[in-house]
Design a protein around this ligand. Structure first.
Ligand SMILES: C[S@@+](CC[C@H](N)C(=O)[O-])C[C@H]1O[C@@H](n2cnc3c(N)ncnc32)[C@H](O)[C@@H]1O
Length: 220
């Protein structure tokens, strides 16, 4: 997966277009992931890396209000959108969203019961460094679920998304496409991921690959 320029953070001018896309995927994707997390996680603290507009944390807390959740992202614009989304859903007290870099987490060691991340892995400049940070902040026995979907919205959602874009959002998407910076998402495969996990210190892992998505479940 060599790329000359790797844009990690979603650029501010594309944040609202991205927010619209994820909003359309709440039913088809985030609700299902939230069901899985809520049914296998009893209580405690969860950290969501690259939280974007925060729809996954909102769906998790909707199912398990006793969970405390922190979402971080490199995009300040998306963090503001995530805060607004949590407030609208009535969960501002259970979820904290803040600016932060997954490669340099400002948290103590052994703090979180679970670390989650959807759609961030493929965009990371140094995935091993992020995985090492995940290992560091997880409690012993804690789990990390890293899902990297190439496509979360169905084709029907994609059409609805295109129709919902403003002319400004279309313009910036076009500019990024022309510059070769807006590329289809390509996720890692199992054989690329295993050496990264081991380099980060994880020895217990389960990896599933299906429908253009890789799901990595780790235990510290
Ligand atoms: C494709 S989006 C996924 C957002 C959200 N998890 C979702 O599923 O809708 C990837 C997110 O990761 C963020 N990101 C990328 N690299 C990051 C890093 N090193 N630290 C924190 N956030 C990062 C981007 O700004 C973007 O919001």
């Amino acid at each position: 997966m060599k790329q000359w320029i790797k844009i990690q953070r979603i650029p501010g001018v594309l944040a609202s277009a991205y927010e619209k896309a994820t909003r359309l995927a709440v039913e088809s994707y985030y609700s299902q992931v939230a069901d899985e997390i809520a049914s296998s996680f009893a209580t405690g603290a969860i950290l969501d890396l690259g939280t974007g507009p925060g729809y996954l944390p909102v769906e998790i807390v909707r199912r398990k209000p006793e969970i405390s959740l922190i979402g971080i992202d490199l995009s300040r614009k998306l963090i503001h959108m995530a805060q607004a989304n949590a407030a609208k859903a009535g969960f501002s007290h259970q979820i904290q969203f803040k600016f932060g870099n997954a490669a340099k987490l400002g948290f103590d060691d052994d703090l979180f019961d679970m670390v989650i991340s959807t759609g961030m892995l493929h965009s990371l400049k140094d995935p091993v460094r992020v995985l090492k940070e995940i290992y560091r902040v997880l409690k012993n026995g804690g789990q990390a679920w890293i899902f990297d979907p190439a496509k979360v919205a169905s084709d029907a959602d994609l059409l609805k998304w295109k129709a919902s874009l403003t002319s400004r959002e279309r313009f910036f998407l076009w500019i990024f496409k022309m510059l070769g910076l807006h590329k289809p998402v390509v996720t890692y495969h199992r054989n690329q991921v295993i050496p990264m996990l081991e380099a980060a210190g994880f020895s217990e892992y389960r990896i599933e690959e299906k429908n253009k998505e890789i799901r990595i479940k780790l235990k510290k």
